[in-house]
Design a protein around this ligand. Sequence first.
Ligand code: KDO
Length: 337
Amino acid sequence: MSNHSSVHVFKRRDAIKIVVGSVGAAGLAHAQSRAALRVSTPAVPDDWHAKMWTVFKDSLDKSAPGAFDVQINLNGTLFKQGAEPAAMARGNLELAAISAFDIAKLVPEFSIFTAGYVVRDVAHQQKIFNGPIGQEMFKAVAQKMDVQVLATAYLGTRQVNLREARQVRTPADLKDIKLRMPGSKEWLFLGEALGAKATPLAFGEVYLALKTGTIDGQDNPLPTVRAAKFHEVTKQLALTSHLTDAVFIAISAKAWASATPAQQTALRKAAAEAAEFNNKNRLQEESQIVDDFRKMGLQVTTPDVAAFRQTVQAAYLKSEMAKAWPAGLLDRINAIK
Ligand code: KDO
């Protein structure tokens, strides 16, 4: 009897093992056949360049079904802001929206796009990066950084946002203002060129720093001011419009090389659709947001933008950075109408 029952138990366990084993193997085979594409971004969920990754994922799921597993990590939870290019080069990350400032660290000529008042507006930006200059630049990026740029998304026009309202007419009026900038020397240069005391801080720490007064202000495009709720802890927006900013949707060279030509086409299409979604919505929001902020009680002022432009451009032209700009590139950029 006891023998009989042990045989019976053995058989049942075995059967369970076989069933579990076959389901497990099938699940694994399915997961293994899909290439993981990990995305890391400091963007907050409500910002357009966070939402654009869902557009990217949906597009890819349609045009390359079953090929990729896009994993979206927001709020800088996977890699901290600015650490994405190194993570991509190490093979720990496949996708990110990297800034001109990230690129300039490794491709010094790219610092031309970190300079205030070089790119005039979004139309100018898209013509630059979707034309021959973009092609040349992205080739250098691929060679020096092991990442492939797939599309250029408009991050918005950066404005100065202050904790306490004050008269801001020229760069001299920002003297002594502790202006938070992201933490790299190219960003700090921009803050100093605006006349302020630039202070490095990661994006995720800005809200609290504004609230507690560790900093006097920050600069970002207005849709980001709203999405990150900086308007709750600031009183003024000074519309300096000092940088027509971009983020570049980029994939690691390793992930790019592992994709078939058809998958590469699908990846480019997904990036173009994501950028288009971001650009359309961000522009639409920028066109109405000043009124919204005024209604919320923020002071919105327009300084002497010509004075800012002149001071900032002069600072860049005599900077070390400008020595890395290829001869004639600034003229070629300016000539694009
Ligand atoms: C910021 O830290 O101010 C910045 O706007 C810099 C950008 O390059 C980009 O990293 C952006 O933050 C984040 O995506 C958060 O919006």
